[in-house]
Design a protein around this ligand. Structure first.
Ligand SMILES: [Zn+2]
Length: 324
């Protein structure tokens, strides 16, 4: 059995594991990224020791790990491994992470955007049933996206940012987005968008069991207990998500759309209004045939996708050798 080292570098946590060709994991671990300590610290004191630790564990266990897959929460050029001003890593600027790591590690390494690799992980080992095209969305603080097509290839576009689905426009006059645009899906259907929406009404004095400072989890709990403002908030972001899903359906005509990320744990609170809006807007053929499912790999989606990337570059992935 072949193994790889798979790591997911996020703005809050670094996660990783040794992963084999069947998607089984060993030595699963996570650590805070501590981005506030700056780029050199994160690279030298967090990321490199984390990867080296997994390599050592692999050789101690007698596993033949031959390469590393890395998921990064950043807009990036996946071919050259260059990060472009990642909002999650303030001050990193334009940074050639892949060549930095290649100079310091004894093992071959490949990288891609974390949401792309989430989609790939779900496609092969999660809710994706190996159906393609598959559209994956991670709904969390922001919204990431990835598109798997042609039985296991990732859609990168011309500049590597082809799957930035969180920045499709839902409302041309909507709330501002981190990307500088207005009314993006991310600004209208993420956990942050939900919190801001609820805060706006709380400041206006709307009655609710919630108070200022409530996070998305608090709002989900309040909604489950019948709080009208919380329920309305989920209806709002759910509908926005549905508008986005209908546009994505028209763009990609996928077999399947998979929703992951922390906010997707709200389940039907989010999914019911999203599906209702999606079905209202989708073309009849899409409405009846495109499946929308919740992700099944939890927070390991990016790590498992990174493993599939590494295997595919070795030429022995789960399915389509070396085609990503
Ligand atoms: Zn945006």
């Amino acid at each position: 059995m072949n193994w790889v080292v798979a790591v997911d570098l996020g703005g809050t946590m670094i996660k990783g594991a040794l992963v084999n060709e069947r998607g089984e994991t060993l030595a699963v671990q996570e650590q805070p990224t501590q981005t506030f300590k700056g780029r050199d610290y994160v690279l030298e004191e967090r990321l490199l020791p984390f990867i080296e630790g997994l390599i050592e564990t692999g050789s101690r266990e007698g596993l033949r790990a031959r390469s590393i897959g890395l998921a990064v929460a950043s807009p990036l050029n996946p071919w050259e491994g260059i990060l472009y001003n990642p909002p999650n890593f303030p001050g990193w600027g334009v940074f050639p992470l892949l060549s930095y790591l290649r100079e310091r590690l004894s093992m071959e390494i490949h990288m891609d955007n974390d949401a792309n690799l989430f989609a790939l992980g779900e496609w092969l080992w999660g809710a994706g049933e190996e159906k393609s095209p598959l559209v994956g969305l991670t709904l969390g603080t922001g919204i990431g996206g990835g598109v798997v097509y042609d039985h296991g290839r990732l859609w990168h576009g011309a500049h590597g940012t082809g799957g930035e689905l969180g920045h499709i426009t839902i409302d041309m006059d909507g709330p501002p987005c981190n990307c500088g645009n207005k009314g993006c899906l991310e600004a209208m259907a993420s956990a942050t968008a939900l919190v801001r929406w609820v805060e706006g009404y709380l400041r206006e004095g709307r009655a609710s069991t919630l108070s200022l400072g409530a996070n998305a989890q608090d709002i989900a709990l309040a909604a489950q207990q019948g709080d009208p403002l919380a329920l309305e908030g989920f209806k709002w972001i759910g509908r926005n998500l549905g508008v986005g899903l209908a546009s994505l359906a028209n763009t990609f005509d996928p077999q399947l759309m998979v929703l992951g990320g922390g906010l997707s744990r709200a389940g039907m609170l989010l999914l019911s209004p999203a599906l209702e809006e999606f079905r209202r807007r989708a073309l009849p053929l899409q409405r009846d045939s495109i499946k929308v499912k919740l992700a099944s790999l939890g927070k390991m989606g990016g790590v498992l996708g990174a493993a599939i990337l590494a295997f595919s570059k070795e030429g022995n992935p789960g399915k389509e050798g070396g085609r990503l």
